[in-house]
Design a protein around this ligand. Structure first.
Ligand code: NAG
Ligand code: NAG
Ligand code: NAG
Ligand code: NAG
Length: 410
């Protein structure tokens, strides 16, 4: 018995040591690779947390057999330099919001971007006019394409009326953008507070079964929506929020998904209609609920990233409950429930307006960062205002770095 125990603990120690070695090696590699391309600040703690999230989500056995090889391959492959593909769906009044989101991505990112904007026909002109009006040094960072809204013909009506107009469009993106390997989908009411490349590089941290990355819907199961009210299965302890969704579309098209409708696994495009039929009377948040049901049955496909990549009023409205944001600042801000436009959460609105009113070419510190900090100082009567230094922490550093790289007098 004792011999067995000793051998066992020796094995554990060796396994732990090799893990530590592999991770430190990998951290250093991917971190320097990120730094090389980003040319914008990345707090070491951010990278650490990202890797930490991966680590804690993986069984050690899987880690030793899969990750190092995958990662080593990815880091040296040209994949990192690939254009980052960013998608948004804009309908109704949402196009101004979408353009502001794209503005934050273009302002803060250094790597090449391609925007896929799905929008109702009548919005195309104004979206194109807005993007074409940006100065050449910003235009040089991205290309874009405006797509019409399209649904499978036979079920057009049903899909287009689910939840909000057009919200379910994103479920069909893997089939529409057949040539695109990977894509970051964001809701229109999202703002980047750090370069897009930081989230994009999470793709290289996926293990062999993961094909989407999202944040939990809530940090606290006792007050979370899904665990208290939903009438359908959901992912994890609190469900997932689909407002920021990083996808390997190649894998989504290839993979067959377990489900509770048939005994056979189904491809993504075969899955959606039966799912809607089965659950349409029970879902509240439309496409996000469907995504939760799908990944409830396929949890190994989800890379779950921490809340500061999808920071919502829920994280501060009654006091701060997103610990990574306290430690590393907010990386992406998600103003759901209309808070960018109402007066309910003035701290969220202040960030939205600071980007909206910033004119490209003006000094980012004088004309963007300082006015934003002043506006946030006026919101400290709210809980979210009290923690609004989380919003400007990484943003301030990024903006200072970008400003230093801009041509003088520009
Ligand atoms: C829908 O909700 C009802 C009431 O909670 C429940 O009885 C039913 O099983 C649910 N339907 C599905 C398909 O889960
Ligand atoms: C997406 O998955 C496919 C198939 O596994 C893989 O070849 C590709 O490199 C992945 N894309 C990224 C950006 O990791
Ligand atoms: C990948 O990670 C997920 C989430 O942590 C896990 O459930 C799954 O088993 C992992 N897959 C492999 C092949 O290790
Ligand atoms: C905002 O408040 C902080 C703390 O009181 C202060 O240090 C900072 O100078 C203020 N910023 C602006 C722009 O007013």
């Amino acid at each position: 018995m004792r011999v067995y125990l000793r051998t066992f603990s020796l094995c554990i120690v060796i396994a732990l040591l090799s893990l530590v070695f592999l991770f430190s090696k990998h951290d250093a590699e991917s971190f320097s690779a990120v730094l090389k391309h980003v040319r914008a600040p990345l707090e070491p703690s951010v990278a650490k947390n990202l890797n930490g999230a991966t680590k804690s989500k993986q069984r050690p056995t899987a880690t030793t057999s899969h990750r190092p090889r995958d990662v080593a391959h990815k880091v040296t492959s040209p994949g990192q330099r690939e254009t980052m593909q960013l998608a948004v769906v804009a309908c109704g009044e949402r196009h101004g919001e979408a353009v502001n989101m794209l503005k934050t991505a273009a302002t803060l990112s250094s790597r090449a971007l391609r925007f896929h904007i799905f929008a109702e026909e009548q919005l195309h002109t104004s979206i194109k006019t807005a993007l074409d009006s940006w100065p050449a040094f910003i235009r040089a960072k991205f290309s874009y394409i405006v797509h019409p809204i399209s649904y499978p013909h036979e079920n057009h009506k049903e899909w287009s009326q689910l939840f909000k107009p057009c919200a379910s469009q994103r479920l069909f993106i893997p089939m529409i953008l057949k040539e695109v390997d990977s894509l970051l989908y964001v809701d229109t009411d999202v703002l980047f507070l750090q370069p897009v490349e930081l989230i994009w590089d999470m793709l290289t941290h996926f293990n062999s079964t993961q094909l989407v990355a999202m944040a939990p819907e809530h940090e606290e199961p006792r007050i979370a929506w899904y665990s208290r009210f939903s009438r359908h299965p959901y992912h994890g302890k609190t469900g997932i929020n689909s407002g920021v969704m990083l996808m390997n579309l190649t894998r989504m098209r290839m993979t067959q998904f377990k489900n509770d409708m048939t005994s056979v696994d189904l491809h993504w495009d075969e899955l959606l209609m039966p799912l809607l039929q089965k659950y349409k009377l029970n879902i509240t948040w439309g496409d996000q609920d469907l995504i939760n049901i799908i990944f409830h049955y396929n949890p190994e496909m989800v890379f779950s990233f921490p809340c500061h990549w999808n920071y919502r009023p829920d994280h501060c409205i009654y006091g701060s409950n997103c610990i990574p944001a306290e430690e590393e600042g907010v990386l992406m801000l998600h103003g759901n429930r209309g808070v960018f436009h109402s007066d309910k959460q003035p701290a969220f609105k202040a960030v939205y307006n600071a980007f909206k009113h910033y004119i490209f070419g003006q000094d980012l510190i004088k004309s963007f960062l300082l006015p934003l900090e002043a506006a946030l100082n006026g919101t400290t009567h709210t809980y979210c205002g009290k923690v609004s230094h989380f919003f400007t922490r990484g943003l301030g550093k990024s903006v200072r770095k970008i400003q230093r790289m801009l041509p003088a007098g520009g």
